[in-house]
Design a protein around this ligand. Structure first.
Ligand code: HEM
Length: 222
């Protein structure tokens, strides 16, 4: 286990073996901290070759160090930021349909958002199921107690109450809208039902994002 409470995994050991030390670009004080292991957040930058951005991203994923200055992994940081980005895009899409009657653009934005979400959710699930032990990363939080019900676990349960059904509600709203609105998209006899269902879907997404941010902060920032 290192200074951040991180235990190496087979993937990170493999990646650190295939990378070669190069000039890190840190000042000598920073390099001392990196070499002493006090600053593991920068360690992958110190050890990864500089030739490609993709190498750095892959090393970050394998090394279980994200790109935000928190204890989150690459995928946790990515989903956290995706959730921040999704809300304004969704609000813009609803504004488009409600105040500008740009139905076809609303449809395209919502379908694109759903595809981005699908990819993020699948990558995230693979990461937390097979690669990341988030509890190890949360040990440093004052709100976390290993093997006990604690604030972090309560926050996670509340988050899951919204995060689990919301993708299914979105899938339902989108498939029904695609099937029952005319092409190109325009108001129809299905409008009333869509507006009600879509508001539930939008509220589910907002609650998923807000409860996710609370969990992320309690577990990986505090
Ligand atoms: C989960 C995805 C979606 C969400 C969250 C969503 C959200 C909304 C919301 C909240 C409204 C009502 C705006 C208001 O208050 O006036 C609305 C209207 C509308 N949406 Fe969506 N939408 C989604 C997907 C789609 C898709 C895929 C289509 C097209 C196939 C579509 C077509 C429309 C149309 C035509 C209206 C206008 C209904 C009317 O005013 O008569 N939506 N949408």
């Amino acid at each position: 286990m290192d200074a951040c409470g991180y235990t190496p995994t087979p993937i990170s050991v493999f990646l650190s073996n295939v990378t070669t030390p190069v000039d890190s670009g840190h000042s000598s004080a920073e390099t001392d901290r990196v070499e002493s292991g006090a600053c593991c957040r920068f360690r992958h930058f110190a050890s990864a070759p500089r030739e490609s951005f993709v190498d750095i991203i892959v090393a970050q994923i394998g090394d279980h160090h994200g790109f935000l200055p928190t204890r989150g992994t690459f995928m946790l940081d990515f989903v956290f930021l995706a959730m921040i980005a999704i809300i304004p895009v969704m609000v813009w899409s609803i504004y488009l349909v409600r105040y500008q009657r740009r139905y076809e653009l609303h449809k395209r934005v919502q379908v694109s958002l759903a595809l981005v979400l699908l990819v993020a959710v699948v990558l995230f699930e693979v990461d937390v199921r097979f690669f990341t032990d988030w509890e190890t990363l949360a040990v440093a939080s004052p709100y976390f107690e290993p093997d006990a019900w604690c604030t972090v676990w309560y926050a996670l349960v509340v988050h899951l109450v919204f995060a689990v059904p919301t993708p299914f509600i979105w899938a339902f709203v989108i498939t029904q809208a695609l099937r029952r609105f005319p092409r190109p998209a325009a108001p129809s006899a299905y409008s009333r039902q869509h507006i009600f269902r879509a508001r539930v879907a939008a509220a589910g997404m907002v609650m998923t994002a807000v409860t996710g941010w609370v969990f992320y902060w309690l577990a990986f920032v505090a």
